[in-house]
Design a protein around this ligand. Sequence first.
Ligand code: DX5
Ligand code: ZN
Length: 224
Amino acid sequence: MPKYRICPSILNADLLNLDREISRIAQESDLLHLDIMDNIFVPNKTFDLSESQRIIASSPIPVDVHLMIADPDDSAAVYALAGATSVTFHLEASTDVGSTVESIKSAGARVGLAIKPGTPFSAIEEYLPLLDMVLVMTVEPGFGGQSFMAEMMPKVRQVRSAIDQLPLPTPWLQVDGGVTLETILKAAEAGADTFVAGSAVFRSPEPAAMIIEMKNLLNRATLI
Ligand code: DX5
Ligand code: ZN
């Protein structure tokens, strides 16, 4: 397993040519990040269930589903059953984190728990031992192309230090929002190991080359 993972988000890809867009980045990417929004939990709507099922079934690489929906407790497992490798839901939207974690796991996927910028580390702390991934949002969820919130880095550090006290295998620590060549090292230095990048990748003339550049940056930084 690589030390760092890059997960391109297709939210801002050319959705009319999605298969082609995915094939352009598949070889360099660790996971394909699929943002599901319901226009309730966030003020935006994306892929419905049948579109999501089609994308998951046809993706040449493992799919990392990020649910920004108001009722994850009822529907999270559906994405796992559709074949997603990882399903992440928001703490703020869940009324029963423990049973949603269990339903995702029993449906065969890795489970992630996400927190919005306003949610403190303390809200997620008790769940860490149950998780395969923690997602610390570095923008308000809802849209691609926003600026990275460097003020989230103390929270990333808190999660990292708690994760490092858990028995192996420890959860991955993902950041999502505003990740670019300029910001990725800030997140890595704070302890993130899994990076979602949407517009930085798909708005680049050479999306695959952008992913390689991000990985090179991360790998060079760890040598210092
Ligand atoms: C935002 C989504 C992100 C988004 C990231 O709510 O969860 O995954 O696609 O896009 P960028 O990298 O452009 O901030
Ligand atoms: Zn996302």
